[in-house]
Design a protein around this ligand. Structure first.
Ligand code: 5GP
Length: 144
């Protein structure tokens, strides 16, 4: 099984998956190696390797389906007490399957899941400098 194509194979029914939701654009299924019980993946049916390749309208649908699934995780036997969304874009971000996917991770007290990372305390001037740089990129048309 080609790890780069596995999600396309799942959508096409060529590879097994425990489906929880499907519509014209979006497919959602159980993660095979869940961080917590009930961990779901929400993917576009048309493969996009990265956020840069993903149609923003489809990205909006991924999020909307994620919202519905979050509610279902709370109301189902999963019994989620909270939910984390996570999306890895790029190898450095931890992306392993190059077909955009939104992780929907149900949380219960003491489940052991968490993002590692230490908050820093930059000066306002540094925040303002980077904000300006990012605004500049937006104005130059990044992601438009
Ligand atoms: P990433 O690290 O790219 O954000 O996450 C990839 C996710 O896909 C992992 O959580 C991994 O467990 C899941 N995954 C990889 N291969 C399969 C598969 O064949 N079936 C299912 N259901 N999940 C998979």
């Amino acid at each position: 099984m080609d790890p780069y194509r596995i999600f396309a194979d799942i959508v096409a029914g060529r590879a097994p998956a425990s489906k929880v939701y499907e519509d014209d654009d979006v497919f959602a299924f159980m993660d095979i190696r869940p961080f917590t019980p009930g961990h779901l993946l929400v993917i576009p049916k048309i493969p996009a390797r990265s956020l840069a390749e993903l149609d923003p309208a489809i990205g909006g649908k991924l999020f909307a389906v994620g919202q519905r699934l979050a509610a279902a995780l709370r109301d189902s036997e999963v019994g989620a007490d909270g939910v984390n969304f996570f999306l890895a874009d790029g190898v450095t971000a931890g992306q392993e399957v190059f077909h955009v996917h939104l992780h929907v991770i149900p949380r219960t007290p003491g489940d052991g899941f968490g993002l590692r990372g230490r908050p820093t305390s930059p000066r306002r001037a540094d925040l303002d400098y980077l904000a300006g740089s990012i605004r500049g990129a937006l104005e130059r048309g990044s992601a438009s």
